[in-house]
Design a binder for this molecule. Structure first.
Ligand code: PLP
Length: 432
């Protein structure tokens, strides 16, 4: 495989020329570099770039608001009352779920709370929640507060599984063993599909099976997975999942997120649930009856009417993802970019840079978690100089530079330029 590559810029240009998705980049507006060209935008894991058509999609709804006012709720092909339905099929395709299992609503942490209300049903015997040691703080806070909300104590009800000493990523066996070990005391397993810091992909199907074997429910935070790697939530029997729309799904800052509930739970009226008027039957909703009649899909978890402007932005991006051929097609390109990036890291940067992300392709998405190995070189200084040189990437305390080449809009040339720049910056810092 690596035999195809050289370290020259021509190889990158050739890889771009033969990339069937190369034209998709033109669908995006990439932030400008100081010389007027485009940044190397490697932070789609944090805030995806804006599709050019987002201006029109959002503008259309602003115009409809101006022209129709409140009638916009019920008028035209993008009527606001059912607007979220326009996104359902595309979003379901992104996460590998059925039409009735996915809804775009709220933001990630809100959805996590709503679904934990339903799927964390502790009893005196079965009350523990298993999370990972390096969980995203919001997830950690959400779980702790859910535990306290039920009158329990995180000291006894929160189970944390971490990497083995001296390692950076979770050993999948350790996760499965922890599930088995806590067995009948385990009420809920809540893990990321892709770990936000290291970029590690967890074996979601195996974790779900292990959780179900001990009678626990299994939910995933897919913030870094949705739009990054192919998912099969329904076939894996995942009970529930949540994700945000503004990372790999390019829905814009603070934009609408997604939620998934497996079809086997959807009509279970015994599940506790926080109710709102957007979860009750659509045909009787405006009769303003106070008897809740759950919509027979995951939409019954909706609480409020939808934020149309941010949904319009997300819809623009989902259309672009469709035009690119969907997630599997994007993943094919992503794997080629990962292999090429690996080659350059090995060949050009060698031992000066360590990548914490697991090496096997099935254990990683497009994000790399890079660390400067030489203790004499200040990694943070390198990161700052990357920023000054118009590379958008991010720093994660204490010493990691996260970079994510996104197949929708990043080129092989972006990767080549990044590695060449990092090579030069390391040399300069080392000689100081
Ligand atoms: C980005 C991210 C969030 C963000 O939560 P919001 O509710 O959208 O602010 C939560 N969890 C993880 C793992 C994330 O990566």
């Amino acid at each position: 495989m690596n035999g195809e590559y050289t370290t020259s810029a021509e190889t990158a240009a050739m890889l771009d020329a033969s990339d069937p998705l190369r034209s998709i980049r033109a669908e995006f507006k990439i932030p400008a570099a100081s010389d007027g060209s485009e940044q190397i935008y490697f932070v789609g894991n944090s805030l995806g770039a804006i599709p050019a058509r987002t201006f029109d999609h959002v503008g259309d709804e602003l115009h409809r608001w101006a022209q129709l006012g409140v009638a916009g709720h019920f008028t035209g092909p993008t009527a606001w009352e059912p607007y979220h339905e326009l996104l359902t099929d595309q979003m379901a395709a992104v996460v590998g779920a059925n039409h009735d299992e996915v809804v775009v609503m709220n933001s990630l942490t809100v959805n996590l709370h709503l679904l934990m209300m339903s799927f964390y049903e502790p009893t005196p015997e079965r009350h523990k929640v298993l999370i990972e040691d390096h969980a995203f703080p919001s997830d950690h806070f959400a779980v702790e507060s859910q535990i306290r909300q039920r009158g329990l104590d995180p000291a006894t009800s929160l189970v944390i599984v971490g990497p083995r000493p001296g390692t950076e990523t979770l050993h999948p066996d350790d996760v499965l063993d922890a599930i088995t070990q806590h067995g009948e005391q385990l009420a809920l397993v809540l893990l990321p599909g892709v770990q936000y810091f290291t970029g590690q992909v967890l074996p979601m199907a195996a974790i779900t099976r292990a959780g179900h074997e001990v009678g626990a429910r299994v939910g995933f935070d897919l913030a870094h997975a949705a739009g990054n790697i192919p998912l099969q939530l329904h076939d894996w029997n995942v009970d529930f999942a949540v994700w945000c729309g503004y990372k790999y799904l390019n829905g814009g800052p603070g934009g609408a997120g997604g939620a998934y509930v497996h079809s086997q739970h959807i009509t279970n009226q015994d599940l506790p649930k926080l109710l709102g008027w957007w979860g009750t039957r659509k045909d009787t909703r405006f009769e303003m009856a106070t008897v809740f009649e759950a919509i027979p899909t995951v939409e019954s978890w909706q609480v409020s009417n939808a934020p149309i402007l941010s949904m319009a932005a997300l819809k623009a991006s989902l259309d672009v993802i469709d035009e690119a051929g969907g997630i599997n097609r994007l993943r094919e390109k992503s794997e080629r970019q990962i292999a090429y990036f690996d080659f350059l890291l090995d060949t050009v940067l060698g031992p000066r840079i360590e990548n914490l992300t697991p090496r096997p392709m099935h254990e990683r998405g497009c994000q790399f978690a890079l660390r400067v190995t030489d203790p004499a070189i200040d990694g943070k200084a390198i990161f700052k100089r990357l920023g000054s040189a118009d590379v958008a990437c991010d720093w994660r305390h204490p010493d990691v530079i996260r970079v994510a080449p996104v197949p929708l809009y990043n080129s092989f040339t972006d990767i080549h330029r990044f590695v060449a720049l990092l090579d030069r910056l390391l040399d300069e810092e080392a000689s100081q």
